[in-house]
Design a protein around this ligand. Structure first.
Ligand code: FE2
Length: 243
């Protein structure tokens, strides 16, 4: 399953369903590789099809489905890896989390070449990339903004709220973070979440009912479960999607 816009190409990892994004830079044959998941072959094949070479690996946070193949691409293309410093511990426990989820995949956590410790603009090969800290889903979770695109990991979805009960999740902190960013970003930005479909930030603010309830903009509805994602298993494949 692939979704392509002029700037951003989505690759859906199959081993554990998550979105990896190839974000074109100003150079026609280069891209940022964002949230490389557990399906490096599909990601690499898509880059080859599109004649794109990654210039950096950037992860919104340290969960295995967002950095599981960072080591592979960092080594193959000799490119730097960007990860929030506060998520290093979670990234290093990827193998344990995979076992807990009974997923047959191996993850090597590479060294972080550029640890993110605060809100930062980074020039990467002539591109200005901004990391904004949005803790809660994990202690280090960030949004990554580039040229009208906002990569939100598991902190913000177009539909639903990504509550997972993984170690390190803090729902009260996530709520505080999302309330802060609500008016911080331009509503015209396109949100590219870690799972599920994209939409503009303005559309999500107006229409994501579970999120609006989570943030207290609409009264809680007892008939709607607080956990709005669903885990499904097909053979060895485990997937999670916001409902
Ligand atoms: Fe996550």
């Amino acid at each position: 399953l692939r979704e392509t816009t002029s700037q951003v190409i989505r690759v859906n990892n199959k081993v554990f369903s998550s979105n990896t994004y190839l974000c074109r830079t100003k150079n026609p044959d280069e891209c940022l590789l964002i949230d490389p998941g557990l399906d490096p072959e599909a990601i690499d094949a898509t880059m080859a099809e599109q004649a794109l070479r990654p210039i950096a690996v950037l992860s919104t946070h340290g969960h295995f489905d967002h950095m599981g193949s960072a080591s592979f691409f960092r080594e193959k293309y000799q490119i730097p890896f960007y990860l929030p410093q506060s998520d290093l511990k979670i990234a290093k426990s990827a193998a344990f989390l995979l076992m807990a989820c009974r997923i047959k995949a191996k993850v090597v956590t590479p060294p972080i070449d550029h640890p993110i410790t605060a809100e930062e603009w980074f020039p990467i090969a002539g591109c200005n990339v901004r990391f904004v800290q949005v803790p809660g889903h994990t202690p280090g979770s960030c949004f990554i903004e580039y040229e009208g695109s906002l990569f939100t990991g598991d902190s913000l979805y177009a539909e639903g709220v990504g509550l997972v009960d993984f170690p390190g999740e803090d729902q009260a902190v996530l709520k505080t973070s999302l309330l802060k960013i609500w008016d911080f970003f331009d509503e015209a930005l396109t949100v590219y979440p870690g799972h599920g479909r994209s939409n503009t930030l303005g559309h999500i603010k107006a229409n994501n009912k579970p999120l609006r309830r989570f943030l207290g903009f609409e009264p809680a509805d007892e008939s709607v479960p607080a956990k709005t994602g669903t885990v499904t298993r097909t053979g060895d494949t485990l997937s999670w999607e916001p409902s």
